[in-house]
Write a protein that binds this ligand. Structure first.
Ligand SMILES: Nc1nc2c(c(=O)[nH]1)N[C@H]1C(S)=C(S)[C@@H](COP(=O)(O)OP(=O)(O)OC[C@H]3O[C@@H](n4cnc5c(=O)[nH]c(N)nc54)[C@H](O)[C@@H]3O)O[C@H]1N2
Ligand SMILES: Nc1nc2c(c(=O)[nH]1)N[C@H]1C(S)=C(S)[C@@H](COP(=O)(O)OP(=O)(O)OC[C@H]3O[C@@H](n4cnc5c(=O)[nH]c(N)nc54)[C@H](O)[C@@H]3O)O[C@H]1N2
Ligand code: SF4
Ligand SMILES: [Mo]
Length: 675
């Protein structure tokens, strides 16, 4: 059976090296590469089933043109040539009449390597269209907050956890989103290294931890300030490290920390005062503590402050200075690849920007020019964006020319004028670099594109050529492009010969002590940049007035977290994984269910001012009272009715303009069919 060494393309920090076995033109087995240390011979439950997605009977077979009303899903097959002709002639006409900013390219990272994801963005960059501020639906809040604190630099190497003496998974469900770090951590724990989980719910990771602190949603900044308060009070600070490597500690200690004594922190976080004391003592005693930061705590109004407060802690004990100590959010920024070769091949220095999470608003409100053409690739915003009711209304605009490129007929594709069949990562070659570890690898295609599918790379190159773009990125083969990513590289990838990545996985290592790339070269507890934006310049917890007003009107708060067997909507095509994940559900504490007379398994209605959604109720004390947990984002067709993002608004976070899914307040009642 032929075997191909490839790389997992899903949006996941692990970036597994994979071995794919094929029989004829079909994939029959996908396994983790046993020769790559971090992958350690296993793929996750999702990717073990990726052949079901590749060979799904629901794959789009040909390009399609709309024949019914927008959103109705009625289409007729057309040829690629006819589709491309129509797209490019419409774009050229719109550009001539309204200028290039009347077009928006809306592509996201999902499920592919660097060239496939970035060349689509590069196409629109070069054409001078409106530009997508990509990733606000995901990680711009946490990433910007990290950058303002440590600078654009990767965190602790997860593989150095073998040197850690305490691990804190802070708002990160490792067993769902980081299973290879989990596997390594399990080995380290056998030596007695404790794992503490700080998470509002008893996730699978929390259930297996040595200690779980069920913090109230959105109060992490208060807990971190409380820990700092105790470290200061009890003389547990590494004063030399603070003096040499941080900026603004004395002001923080004088102006902010006195406001966070344990009793107040307990009242804010809902954690017992004794637990806060115990956590601070444990953290202060550890030498090489490692905090694995999740993004969950930042998906709410004051998320940026939370991230900054927690990311400051390892500086207080000097853990950042020791191998295995520190914090890890993302690793990518320390690998200085020149991805601009494909992502920004040419084009004007600036152009109008559109916030990824606010597509509906942009389509309805932008003028001079309005957005007249939209190209969506590798993104299913009609399910995954906040306020999808508004977005769907906007996508239904008759004067909007929409093209969607996807392997499947998604809820978004239903609104398209032209739908183009996309290849998955297993059907295309690409260069991969991990964002959650320090690894890279090139991968060939494991099988040929299914039916008439085209990869993003092929499509972007063809559209670029037809639009008259001459940049090399639209003309070179993928293997010829890779060396350009390494040109002029500095730092930890400078020593890598690009030829190595074609041969197999390559691992690099950051220096054992955390580097800071802020303007001051230090960890900036006080940030001038934030001060100038009118955001509190030092990490602090403050009640958000809009959240407080919503909390006074609605009894429950939304907790959102990735599904174990789904990655957003991308595994909707796998019947096995859909079944493993279960029906789209809402999870309530027994007290909240009893208060409403609700029973386990019953159909319920989740509602607020923005809309209503029908889900199946699960009753469990894995969440606290006052919270409703809705795992994942599932397409309407799988649920009783609708999708959770119908209840979330387009508010932006304090830092990084990110989505505030968890600033959503609502109530739950029995389901009733519409009259
Ligand atoms: N309520 C709530 N909403 C959220 C979140 C949350 O926590 N709570 N999380 C947010 C986060 S972190 C993210 S990243 C976003 C994700 O939002 P999306 O990126 O919209 O999520 P996916 O469902 O993964 O959509 C990817 C689409 O790409 C398609 N696809 C897969 N491979 C390829 C390919 O190679 N080429 C092309 N052209 N298409 C491909 C898939 O079929 C799928 O339709 O959702 C956000 N939405
Ligand atoms: N299986 C699976 N894996 C995935 C994905 C998926 O959909 N499914 N999505 C991928 C993508 S696009 C991304 S961006 C990544 C990262 O995905 P993230 O959404 O960052 O996932 P986590 O890091 O687990 O963070 C979510 C955890 O934070 C907790 N949390 C929520 N609010 C708070 C809070 O206020 N405080 C604290 N302390 N914790 C809180 C939640 O209960 C949950 O356990 O995962 C990737 N991996
Ligand atoms: S753990 Fe992540 S990288 Fe590894 S196979 Fe699963 S989705 Fe892919
Ligand atoms: Mo994400």
């Amino acid at each position: 059976m032929p075997k191909t060494r490839v790389v997992c393309g899903h949006d996941c920090p692990d970036m597994c090296s994979l071995i794919v076995e094929t029989e004829g033109d079909r994939i029959i087995r996908i396994q983790g590469d046993p020769e790559e240390a971090y992958t350690a011979g296993f793929a996750c439950a999702k990717v073990n089933r990726d052949m079901e997605v590749v060979h799904s009977p629901d794959r789009l077979r040909t390009p399609l043109r709309r024949t019914g009303p927008k959103g109705a899903g009625r289409f007729e097959p057309i040829t690629w040539d006819a589709a491309l002709d129509e797209i490019t002639s419409r774009w050229k006409a719109i550009m001539a009449e309204s200028g290039p900013e009347a077009i928006l390219g809306y592509a996201y990272s999902a499920h592919q390597g660097q060239m496939n994801r970035r060349l689509v963005a590069g196409l629109f960059h070069a054409l001078g269209t409106s530009r997508l501020m990509a990733g606000t639906v995901c990680d711009t809040c946490c990433e910007t907050a990290w950058d303002l604190t440590l600078g654009p630099v990767g965190g602790t190497d997860p593989q150095s956890v073998v040197h850690s003496d305490l691990v804190i998974a802070w708002g990160c469900d490792l067993m769902a989103v980081n299973v290879h770090f989990w596997a390594l951590l399990e080995k380290v724990r056998k030596r007695g290294v404790p794992l503490v989980v700080i998470d509002p719910r008893r996730s699978q990771t929390a259930a297996r931890a040595d200690w779980h602190l069920p913090i109230r949603i959105g109060t992490d900044a208060a807990l971190a300030c409380g820990i700092a308060h105790i470290l200061l009070r009890d003389g547990l600070l590494d004063r030399d490290y603070i003096a040499a490597h941080t900026l603004g500690f004395e002001r923080w200690a004088a102006e902010v920390l006195p406001g966070f004594p344990p009793a107040r922190v307990a009242a804010i976080t809902g954690l017992p005062e004794a637990d806060i004391e115990r956590l601070a003592a444990m953290y202060g005693a550890a030498r090489t503590s490692l905090i694995r930061l999740g993004e969950g705590m930042t998906r709410l109004a004051r998320g940026g402050q939370a991230l900054r407060a927690v990311a400051t802690l390892p500086a207080l004990t000097g853990a950042y200075g020791r191998e295995g100590g520190g914090a890890l959010l993302l690793a990518a920024a320390s690998m200085d690849f020149q991805f601009g070769f494909v992502g920004k091949p040419s084009g004007p220095a600036s152009a109008r920007t559109v916030n990824h999470l606010a597509l509906g608003e942009a389509l309805e409100e932008m003028r001079d020019p309005p957005i007249r053409a939209l190209f969506i690739a590798a993104n299913n915003p009609a399910v995954t964006n906040p306020d999808v009711n508004r977005l769907r209304r906007a996508l239904a605009r008759e004067d909007l020319f929409t093209v969607v490129h996807d392997p499947f007929m998604t809820d978004t594709a239903r609104y398209a004028d032209i739908v183009l069949p996309a290849a998955t990562y297993l059907e295309t070659e690409d260069f991969y670099r991990s964002y959650g570890s320090y690894r890279m690898q090139y991968a060939p295609a494991a099988v040929a594109p299914q039916h008439e599918a085209w990869s993003n790379f092929r499509l972007a190159q063809e559209l670029g050529r037809r639009m008259g773009l001459t940049d090399p990125a639209f003309h070179l083969g993928p293997r010829e492009i890779v060396p350009h990513f390494f040109k002029g590289a500095t730092g930890i990838i400078a020593g890598v010969d690009p030829a190595e990545v074609f041969a197999g996985p390559v691992k690099v290592s950051p220096p054992p002590a955390q580097a800071f790339r802020t303007p001051s070269g230090r960890l900036e507890i006080h940030s001038e940049a934030l001060a100038s934006q009118g955001v509190p310049p030092m990490p602090v917890w403050e009640e958000d007035p809009i959240e407080a007003a919503a909390a006074a009107r609605w009894p429950l708060r939304l907790l959102t977290a990735p599904g174990y067997f789904q990655a957003h909507t991308a595994y909707a095509a796998s019947p096995f994984l859909r079944k493993r994940e279960g029906e789209p559900c809402a999870i309530l504490h027994p007290e909240e269910a009893a208060r409403r007379g609700l029973t386990d398994g019953q159909r319920v209605r989740l509602f607020n001012d923005l809309g209503e959604v029908g889900l199946v109720l699960k009753i469990s004390d894995e969440v606290r009272p006052g919270v409703v947990l809705v795992p994942g984002q599932r397409p309407d067709g799988e649920a009783v009715a609708g999708t959770i993002n119908m209840l979330c608004d387009m508010r932006r976070t304090d830092i990084g303009e990110g989505a505030c899914y968890q600033s959503t307040f609502l109530d739950v009642a029995p389901w009733r069919e519409a009259a």
